[in-house]
Design a binder for this molecule. Structure first.
Ligand code: C2E
Ligand code: CA
Ligand code: CA
Ligand code: CA
Length: 275
């Protein structure tokens, strides 16, 4: 038992060391040169359940050198948030995504993730409005994905920023819905256009009764408030049928498509006009 304990301990510390080293590399990448050389975006289609047409694509950050290290985007974002570099990375992602959106068919929106720190540590309203002006993307084609963590802060400044972003004409989506708490309160207080139901609920939907009831309740509530819903992480035809029957508006997930490089996305959009 003692030997096993020691072995576990050794494994644990070397694992931590690898992580610390990796974090250092991520941080220096974030600090060095231009983001365009270090990162690119992948785009995951979001499809209307009624028509099968793509309504929008979500831009997701990818580290160019990640393959060797198997660094997940989530890890890059976490390091960026811990170091405050998320402000610069987020601004780059936004600009890149909006620029690429102008090359897509007009009916397709671009969804961009915003970290709560981009609100606290930069003037997000100025950044979004300047980016729209620079790229020429109409504001109505930009879906900004925010999380409940942001709303939890419940500060007047954030309420004002969210109002101002909507006043510009951008849309707001509430990401990872269901994972936070007292979500209903926010829906009354903050106007959002879309709710994205977290993948953890969709994953279990055919098997777990509680999760199925939660998904149904979210969709019914959203429908009655006139808010569109997106089921995230749909991987099977069964999951798609369940959320469709429940009255969900849109789906995103590997069943339809994984996140794609720009050239792959262009091909996907030409080959797949609807159901
Ligand atoms: P998210 O915003 O919830 O993005 C959806 C994630 O789910 C993506 O992971 C996507 O690849 C994954 N996904 C989509 N469909 C499926 C599916 O059917 N099965 C499974 N297993 N996964 C699916 P990704 O690209 O690894 O991003 C992870 C998270 O990192 C994102 O979660 C988001 O929170 C964050 N992130 C990525 N890019 C950015 C960014 O530019 N800015 C910020 N602030 N966060 C970002
Ligand atoms: Ca998202
Ligand atoms: Ca999400
Ligand atoms: Ca997520």
């Amino acid at each position: 038992a003692k030997a096993a304990g020691r072995a576990t301990y050794t494994f644990y510390t070397s694992d931590m060391l690898v992580r610390t080293k990796r974090r250092g590399r991520i941080e220096s990448t974030l600090l060095s040169e231009s983001f365009g050389e270090q990162f690119h975006l992948a785009f995951q289609p979001i499809t209307d359940l009624a028509t099968g047409r793509v309504t929008s694509v979500e831009g997701l950050v990818r580290w160019r050198h990640a393959a060797a290290d198997r660094v997940s985007p989530q890890e890059v974002i976490t390091v960026a948030e811990e170091t405050g570099l998320i402000v610069d990375l987020g601004a780059w992602v936004l600009h890149e995504a909006c620029e690429i959106a102008t090359t897509l068919p007009e009916e397709i929106n671009m969804a961009v993730n915003l970290s709560p720190l981009q609100f606290g540590r930069s003037n997000i309203v100025d950044i979004v409005s300047r980016t729209l002006k620079d790229t020429g993307l109409p504001a109505r084609r930009l879906d900004l994905e925010i999380t409940e963590t942001l709303l939890l802060e419940d500060s007047p400044r954030i309420v004002d920023d969210l109002r101002a972003l909507r006043a510009l004409g951008a849309r707001l989506s509430l990401d990872d819905f269901g994972t936070g708490y007292s979500s209903l309160r926010y829906l009354r207080r903050f106007a959002v256009d879309k709710i994205k139901i977290d993948r953890s609920f969709i994953e279990e939907i055919g098997r777990n009764r509680d999760h199925s009831s939660i998904v149904h309740a979210i969709i019914n509530m959203a429908n009655s408030l006139g808010i569109r819903t997106v089921a995230e992480g749909v991987e099977t035809a069964e999951q798609l049928e369940i959320v469709r029957a429940a009255g969900c508006s849109e789906v995103q997930g590997y069943l339809i498509s994984r996140p794609l490089r720009k050239a792959e996305l262009d091909r996907f959009l030409t080959d797949r006009p609807g159901w």
